[in-house]
Design a protein around this ligand. Structure first.
Ligand code: SF4
Length: 375
């Protein structure tokens, strides 16, 4: 079945779902009470089985994934929350990262987003409400391995903060991570929804990181997201509040004139914030599984993602050719280092050859990076 373009599905800046689906029994959770109080006028519908609900909704929609962003389902997660980062895929160098999936899908609509493929025809945004179970699981694992340092992120299948004013996970996660001696929480975002962070008194063990791109790429490829200036303003406010902050230049997209666009991005970043206080910047180039390409072309016909050639890497994902990736990393790293020699810069989801070509070392042979990863 053809996939409709997203043009008819604008994602509102101040997001509010069209409908709220509630799994039977979840109303007793404090988080659900909180969410309901923040969405007083939104129609509600209960359900028993999320698989059945998913099937019913799929059959009645056209751009299932795009329309799904307007539906918010609240339910319990029944598996194990904590997972190792999939960066350990074949041929890729892993940066020692763990993932917690509290939520699936995202209110934004970036053209390159792998969720369009990964979540397939998922007709809703799902928020898991049994946060107490997550905390129990984390406590057990952190206690069981006291010598291991855990770096935990919530932004794999969603944006960590985009929904935080409606589904305030941070209200529970921040105090929990504040107490840990061997774990940090990384909130990865493109959003400016930082009110809960600014209201929280303790920034200990919390890193907030923003994905950045030149504004011209944000305009074309990151629909519904706050602009570069808003992201940097939020980052600055969090830094002032004492949070550690980082940035992801990811995905780097090599549009014609990319050198100038990324030079300007680095200059804006370094002119807005004291770059020496930034914990790190990671670099990652646009990559995709073959199945995602057709979806992107159908949902985002105006995209500039495919203006260069891409070839498959060892992990099956398509990437820019290796010399071009090398050139991009070296160039952007050079811009950053010209503003700060001390800045920690690392490569995300890249091969050993690229790490060695660009930085002269792999992560585990770099003392500065080791210090960062072994927080
Ligand atoms: S912000 Fe992240 S999760 Fe959300 S649409 Fe963009 S790439 Fe996907």
């Amino acid at each position: 079945m053809p996939i409709n373009t997203i043009g008819s599905t604008p994602i509102p800046k101040e997001y509010q779902p069209d409908i709220l689906f509630l799994e039977d029994g979840v109303s007793e959770y404090p988080l659900v009470q909180e969410i309901l109080s923040r969405l007083p006028g939104v129609p509600r519908q209960t359900f028993q089985d999320i698989s059945l609900l998913t099937e019913q909704m799929k059959s009645s929609q056209y751009d299932v994934f795009g329309e799904g962003k307007k539906h918010l389902a609240l339910c319990r997660f029944k598996g194990s929350f904590l997972k190792k980062c999939p960066g350990i895929s074949p041929g890729m160098v892993c940066c020692n990262y763990y993932i917690v999936n509290l939520s699936k899908n995202c209110i934004y609509d970036c053209s390159y987003c792998f969720l369009q493929d990964f979540l397939g025809n998922n007709p809703m945004q799902v928020a898991y409400v049994n946060v107490e179970d997550l905390l129990g699981e984390l406590e057990e694992v952190f206690t069981q391995y006291p010598d291991r340092n855990f770096r935990v992120g919530t932004g794999e299948l969603t944006d960590s903060l985009a929904l935080d004013t409606i589904v305030p996970y941070t209200a529970t996660l921040l105090p929990f991570f504040n107490r840990q001696s061997n774990a940090v929480l990384e909130l990865k975002t493109k959003s400016d929804q930082i009110a809960n962070l600014l209201n929280h008194p303790d920034p200990t063990n919390i890193i907030v990181s923003w994905s950045l791109n030149p504004q011209t790429i944000i305009d074309q490829e990151e629909k519904g997201t706050p602009g570069l200036a808003q992201r940097l303003e939020s980052a600055r406010a969090c830094l002032d509040k004492g949070y550690r902050i980082g940035f992801h230049f990811d995905p780097i997209i090599l549009i014609p004139g990319w050198e100038e666009a990324y030079r300007e991005l680095v200059n804006i970043l370094c002119d807005t914030l004291p770059i020496d206080k930034v914990a790190w910047v990671s670099l990652g180039s646009f990559r995709y599984r073959p199945s995602l390409k057709l979806i992107i072309k159908n949902r985002h016909p105006e995209t500039r993602l495919f203006t260069s050639e891409h070839l498959p890497s060892k992990d099956g994902k398509f990437r820019y050719l290796r010399p071009l990736r090398n050139q991009a990393y070296e160039t952007i790293r050079g811009y950053l280092m010209s503003r700060s020699q001390e800045l920690n810069i690392y490569l995300c989801m890249e091969t050993r050859e690229i790490w060695e070509g660009v930085t002269g070392k792999t992560p585990r042979s770099d003392k500065k990076l080791d210090q960062f990863f072994d927080l």
